[in-house]
Design a protein around this ligand. Structure first.
Ligand code: GDP
Ligand code: IMO
Ligand code: MG
Length: 427
């Protein structure tokens, strides 16, 4: 009865979507547990290339139940557009079930996300502006609207217009902003509700049955551990819990059911948005990685900041998640480089340290201590067995494994689903 959590080990965009799509071929249930459409998961499989934001990446396997769990921030408009786009390309979302406990992203959350970012000025976080932060704020204040509210049209209209009216006062007071039309918003949400209603059901009985019957459940992480609200570089973080613990909680599965925590790491590092990134490369190697890897955001199109693999930050991620195995993705992007570097420690205030400092300001001051490694200067994209990788490529992966203390069970050598090598180390 495997329960496998697939979690981003860095700053997001590690290739979680690809791994879920691959593993979904053997899974019965795939759950999105946290975050919202600030996520962008790219999947390349025989059906085509897809960018998913809310729909779990298990959707391409018609036999898999896809759940949106209680911890998710759901923008109904985005979800419906995604379902329509999938249907147009022949992918049905009939097996998508949404927990009534999930919270709804409202139009004022999007407005607030933008206005709050603008007000931060040079301290802007670089959010995706999908309203996710403001939505989780309302959830914690216990004033949020939930997916369950979509089930009763009369109650929905009342709640939506009351919420918009209340928020208009705040928008005018704090930002001198234009009001949002409460009636128009209520009727839009009424229309969304009609289409979303057939997908709403308690997810607990589905998970309970799956666990009892020994079925395979995949938990699809969004974002990455270094963006986690508790364990990331606060305040340059997202607003949900992106770790294994967060996924279990957001799905509603107790920790004793977890069998495998799979940490997804790129063979190098990228970050979108502001915040410290000690191994960032502001040179031609960084530009080479960005162009060869087409490192532009799936959600926002922003160029991703690129750098060498940061083993110090990765060890932090391994600690807070307790990974059983790693998936090392995008090894092929390093194919053309003769020399590689890995950050094995930091230098801070003239001292060598081997842990990630808690405060963003301190991380900002860290200088990487490098270990140089030989590149393999040959293509890996067509390799079908990990033992056939060039020796230097295998040595590189082995170095990463030793540096973080966890074995790699999967190695990615291309965007397509099948360009993933199994090493036998996946429990
Ligand atoms: P996610 O948010 O973690 O699902 O990752 P994204 O989809 O945002 O970004 C990862 C990008 O890398 C996508 O364009 C994937 O298609 C691509 N990708 C994933 N694994 C590999 C790999 O092993 N090699 C290459 N070249 N691309 C990969
Ligand atoms: P996936 O699931 C990369 C980053 C944003 C910003 C910070 C806060 O595709 O890996 P938010 O909109 O969440 O309030 O923004 O978090 N961020 C991501 N970066 N991949 C993601 O998701 C991200 N989700 C949020 O760029 O720095
Ligand atoms: Mg992404």
């Amino acid at each position: 009865m495997p329960v496998i959590a697939v979690v981003g080990g860095q700053w997001g965009d590690e290739g979680k979507g690809k791994i879920i799509d691959l593993l979904a071929g053997r899974a019965h249930v795939v759950v999105r547990s946290q975050g919202g459409d600030n996520a962008g998961h790219t999947v390349v499989n025989p059906r085509g290339t897809f960018a998913l934001h809310l729909v779990p990446a298990g959707i391409f396997n018609p036999a898999t139940d896809c759940l949106i769990g209680p911890g998710v921030a759901l923008n109904p408009e985005v979800l419906l557009a995604e379902i329509d786009a999938l249907r147009e390309r022949g992918v049905a979302a009939d097996k998508l079930v949404i927990s009534p406990r999930a919270h709804l992203v409202m139009p004022y959350h999007l407005v607030l996300d933008r206005l709050e970012e603008e007000a931060r000025g040079p301290r802007a976080i670089g959010t995706t502006r999908r309203g996710i932060g403001p939505m989780y704020v309302d959830k914690v204040r216990r004033i949020g609207l939930v997916v369950g509210d979509l089930q009763d049209p009369v109650r929905l209209r009342e709640r939506v217009s009351a919420a918009v009216e209340r928020r208009n006062l705040q928008l005018a007071r704090d930002f001198n902003a234009e009001p949002i039309d409460p009636r128009e918003t209520a009727s839009r949400y009424d229309q969304f509700a009609e289409r979303i209603r057939p997908h709403i059901a308690d997810t607990e009985p589905i998970l309970e049955r799956a666990l009892r019957d020994g079925r395979t459940i995949l938990l699809e992480g969004a974002h990455g551990t270094l963006l986690d609200l508790d364990h990331g570089s606060y305040p340059f973080v997202t607003t949900s819990s992106c770790t294994v613990g967060g996924l279990l909680n957001g799905a509603g599965i107790g920790p004793r059911h977890l069998t495998t925590a799979l940490g997804v790491f790129k063979a190098y590092a990228t970050r979108v948005g502001a915040g410290p990134m000690p191994t960032e490369l502001d040179d031609e190697v960084g530009a080479h990685i960005r162009e060869r890897g087409q490192e532009y955001g799936t959600r926002t199109g922003r160029p991703r900041r690129c750098g060498w693999f940061d083993a110090v930050a990765a060890r932090h991620s391994v600690l807070v998640n307790g990974f059983h195995a790693l998936a090392v993705t995008r090894l092929d992007i390093l194919d053309a480089l003769d020399e590689l570097k890995v950050c094995i420690a930091y230098e801070l205030h003239g001292q060598r340290i081997d842990h990630l400092p808690s405060q963003a300001e301190e991380v900002e001051r860290c200088r990487p201590v490098w270990e140089g490694l030989k590149g393999w200067s040959s293509p890996t994209g067509n390799v079908q067995d990990w033992r056939e990788l060039p020796t230097a490529a295998r040595d590189y992966v082995r170095f990463l494994e030793d540096a973080v203390g966890v074995r790699a069970g999967l190695i990615g050598v291309g965007r397509e689903r099948e360009k993933t090598l199994f090493t036998g180390a996946l429990p």
